[in-house]
Design a protein around this ligand. Structure first.
Ligand code: ADP
Ligand code: ZN
Length: 608
């Protein structure tokens, strides 16, 4: 009973099984390489379409494709999705009872499977290896291949032993896949998995559908609500916070505003976490408020926004976390609140990090890169990609700086005033105090220290307190001031000297405009959005969406496994009235047409 696709070409499988018209990026080349029997190493951003790169050759080639994945929780979803496409896929893991495992092993030996997902620790057992030696294997796919690296966050020791595949099955093609960008990890993957002969496919890290925005206005939570309520009223999203406490309070606050917002952090019981994750996947419009403990292995394609209420740890972390938005290629937002407190915290962390000098230097460099990214006045995407060693020749047109170019001003005089105030108050006070002095406030503390007698007392009245915050923040992130570990007192650095002497000019950027201004310019790029639908099409889309929920409940899978929003939008616009027409829609292959085609056509007919 195998689904023999072996006589089909890759293009036919793409169309008939997956329902897609064209390959994306380098998918076709990667697939050709594997079908020809060669090894491949590929690096593609999240949402780039990695899975097809091994799923299609597994269907085209004789034998079963063995997929090694560290994420047991994800296997079920992946296998469910493949089954709806009519593919004979299974997984083997500890969540199954012994009898079920035996059944699947038998299917494997009988050559009845197209794809089998297993965890690395199982692959390394003698029992599994003996089984595989008696099996006809099309290829090995090593997913999340960066798990070999000891330096990354996802290190799995078993991954380092996967080079045995090369020894035991020297003639079976292997493909290693990852979305992790840095060069050291790439080299390690090639070395440790013995992929020196493999053809490498490195895709751009750009995620053009994600709009990057950073907000430096005070009161981050209110700004977050402005953003969510005006742009993501019916959307699913993730809000990242640094602490558990903040996760809890933000989730409650969003719930009080009428949204379904569920907390997720390491302090919650496993059942609660699992339940919240499940609701995020199965229901629509759920917001997860999480520490960074949430996200790995969530491949929900229709996350429309990722918001950070605190600054992330590094650019790598920011890229990875924001990357969870818009895997389906539809417009999505990456929103970050960034303020003085973040800068101070980061600076203190970098000064305080223990470990050897080299480690300290690396930490410092990473933090500075992140601050640079937050403060940059030019295209964010260019800055982000440049960090990963990629060059984007023209500004992207889809980040806050491109859409509403920030106003910069000559901050030389303001900087001089700020730095001399720090100097004259003997480098013993924090930001708020310095601003009070500049604004000429006669607070008891200022009187007490006699600082109302200073020459800089009251010389900053041309700027508001908020504007001075922006000045100090930028002076700190540019390295003119450092922040004392314990008390947050500002100190001058060597770099401040030429500014004080009037030998250096300084450009500063003005604060972000209120959210409303940015919103008007929002331009969904490269893809159809629900907002583009006519009222009649919207109502058809809503009906299809409601029906999708029922189908999903029926099968016990998330709605996006049945159809992506983009597919429903395309149906609502094209209104096909025959199966042949329906099959031309992206995301509808033979199996989904068999399962749902008639009902879809009936819904369309009724709506006309
Ligand atoms: P990754 O694993 O790289 O994050 P996936 O393999 O999950 O990405 O693919 C992301 C989404 O893009 C999936 O929903 C997938 O069905 C879709 N996709 C992949 N390749 C194509 C294609 N050639 N045409 C249309 N959609 C595609
Ligand atoms: Zn840009």
């Amino acid at each position: 009973m195998t689904t023999a696709h072996n006589n089909s070409t890759a293009q036919q499988v793409l169309q008939n099984v997956f329902g897609y018209a064209d390959f994306r990026h380098q998918q076709a080349n990667i697939i050709d390489e594997l079908v020809a029997g060669n090894d491949v190493f590929t690096l593609m951003p999240t949402g780039g379409g990695k899975s097809l790169c091994y799923q299609i050759p597994a269907l085209v080639l004789d034998g079963v494709g063995i997929v090694i994945s560290p994420l047991i929780a994800l296997m079920q979803d992946q296998v469910d999705a493949l089954k709806i496409l009519g593919v004979n896929a299974e997984f083997l893991n500890s969540s199954q009872d012994y009898q079920r495992q035996q059944q699947i092993e038998q299917q494997l030996l009988n050559g009845e499977l197209d794809l089998l997902y297993i965890a690395p620790e199982r692959l390394l057992t003698e029992r599994m290896q003996n089984l595989l030696l008696r099996t006809n294997i099309a290829l090995f796919a090593i997913d999340e291949a960066h798990c070999v690296s000891q330096w990354g966050h996802d290190f799995r020791p078993e991954y380092q032993q996967l080079s045995i595949l090369h020894n035991i099955f020297p003639n079976t093609p292997r493909i290693a896949l990852t979305a992790t960008a840095d060069q050291r990890t790439r080299d390690e993957i090639v070395d440790l998995l013995a992929l020196h002969q493999a053809k490498q496919f490195v895709h751009s890290f750009d995620r053009p559908n994600i709009q990057y925005r950073i907000n430096d206005l005070p009161n981050a939570k209110e700004r977050l609500w402005d953003f969510i309520s005006s742009e993501h009223n019916d959307d699913a999203g993730i809000v990242y916070c640094l602490s558990r406490k903040m996760v809890e309070s933000t989730a409650q606050w969003l719930s009080a505003k009428g949204r379904v917002a569920l907390p997720y952090h390491a302090g919650l019981a496993n059942e609660v976490k699992a339940q919240h994750q499940q609701r995020f996947l199965q229901e629509e419009q759920v917001i997860i408020v999480a520490t960074i403990a949430f996200g790995m292995g969530i491949d929900k394609p229709d996350v429309r926004f990722v918001a950070h209420l605190n600054i992330p740890k590094s650019i790598e972390a920011y890229y990875q976390e924001t990357g969870r938005a818009g895997r389906d290629g539809q417009p999505a937002n990456a929103w970050l609140a960034y303020g003085m407190q973040d800068v101070i915290k980061l600076k203190q962390m970098s000064q305080n990090s223990d470990g050897n000098e080299l480690f300290k230097q690396i930490t410092q460099r990473k933090l500075n890169a992140l601050l640079g990214y937050c403060e940059v006045s030019s295209c964010r995407r260019q800055a982000l990609l440049q960090y990963f060693g990629e060059q984007l020749d023209t500004p992207c047109g889809n980040c806050d700086n491109c859409l509403t170019p920030p106003i910069t001003w000559d901050g030389t005089l303001a900087a001089k005033k700020a730095l001399s105030t720090v100097y004259r108050t003997k480098q013993r006070f924090g930001v708020t105090y310095q601003i009070d002095v500049l604004l000429g406030k006669t607070t008891p503390r200022i009187i007490n220290f006699g600082h109302n007698q200073l020459s800089t007392f009251g010389i900053g009245e041309e700027l508001s307190a908020q504007a001075w915050q922006g000045v100090f923040r930028q002076l700190i992130s540019m390295g003119f001031l450092s922040v004392d570990m314990e008390f947050g007192a500002l100190k001058l650095t060597e770099q401040a000297r030429p500014v004080l002497k009037g030998e250096q000019q300084i450009q500063l950027r003005e604060q972000s405009k209120k959210a409303k201004a940015a919103k008007q310019k929002r331009s969904p790029k490269n893809s159809q959005a629900i907002t583009d639908l006519t009222p009649q099409d919207t109502s058809l889309f809503e009906q299809l969406r409601a029906q999708r929920t029922l189908w999903a409940k029926d099968r016990g899978v998330p709605p996006f496994v049945i159809f992506h929003d983009a597919t429903l939008i395309a149906i609502a616009q094209a209104k096909p009235n025959t199966a042949a027409e329906l099959l031309t829609i992206n995301g509808i292959g033979a199996s989904k047409n068999d399962l749902y085609g008639e009902e879809i056509i009936a819904i369309i007919a009724q709506s006309l």
